[in-house]
Design a binder for this molecule. Structure first.
Ligand SMILES: Cc1ncc(COP(=O)(O)O)c(C=O)c1O
Length: 224
């Protein structure tokens, strides 16, 4: 199967200029139908939610539709598992504050050197505040893959959380997320997956991955 690139490019008005875009996460270029839908929302139903008036009801309906669409995108088991936010970084900062509330001195968390800072600093800051220890997982400089033996060792100490990327923004490595989730769950850890770089490129099935949280730019799956 070949992709009709010019038909796809025509969907993206921002690409209609002589430029080459290398960025695909928070700065993802937006397709015309999405731009039109945002404009229509702002013109026809922009209102505060859960009111008794018409634009409020319309606004609620748009939100319900958006939650359902994202649940479909991630194959979440319910639209209620979807949370919208400003961007991945802000959502992760919020989540790190909530999830770290019961961490205490001596607890451990795991982050990786293959991850974007947005899936590292929120966790290391939270660990610092709670006196928890951070274990870093390195990657193999030859092939860019995560050192799974280090992860295995780290899990022996029963960390509270493993924060891991789905695809690396710097190397393009696709991590074995389902396997990492399985290993982490066996050790009793929650898994927080940064799918910002993977979401625009590959199908995501959060039920198959069995992750606890999965974030991508501007929206997120929450297994509450
Ligand atoms: C892998 C990865 N995670 C997280 C982020 C941050 O995403 P956001 O701009 O939605 O905060 C980026 C942005 O470049 C990224 O590449």
């Amino acid at each position: 199967m070949t992709l009709n690139l010019s038909a796809i490019r025509r969907q993206f008005p921002s690409l209609d200029r002589p430029a080459i875009f290398f960025d695909n996460p928070g700065g993802t270029q937006i397709a015309k139908p999405s731009l039109d839908r945002i404009t229509r929302y702002l013109l026809e139903s922009n209102a505060n939610h859960e009111g008794a008036f018409e634009t409020s009801k319309k606004s609620d309906a748009v939100l319900d539709e958006a939650h359902a669409a994202m649940a479909d995108f991630y194959n979440a088991s319910s639209p209620e598992e979807i949370v919208f936010g400003n961007n991945m970084t802000t959502l992760t900062l919020h989540m790190s504050r909530s999830l770290s509330r019961d961490w205490k001195a001596g607890d451990e968390i795991v982050v990786t050197r293959l991850d974007h800072d947005a899936n590292v600093t929120p966790w290391t800051l939270a660990a610092q505040d709670r006196g928890a220890t951070v274990t870093w997982i390195d990657f193999d400089v030859e092939d860019g893959t995560l050192k799974m033996d280090q992860l295995e060792k780290a899990l022996e100490r029963k960390p509270k959380l493993v924060a891991v990327g789905y695809a690396s923004n710097s190397l393009g490595t696709i991590n074995p997320v389902a396997k990492i989730v399985r290993m982490a769950h066996e050790a009793g850890a929650l898994v927080y997956v940064d799918a910002v770089q993977y979401a625009p490129h590959g199908p995501i099935d959060v039920q198959k991955l069995d992750c606890d949280f999965l974030v991508s730019s501007a929206y997120k799956y929450l297994d509450a």
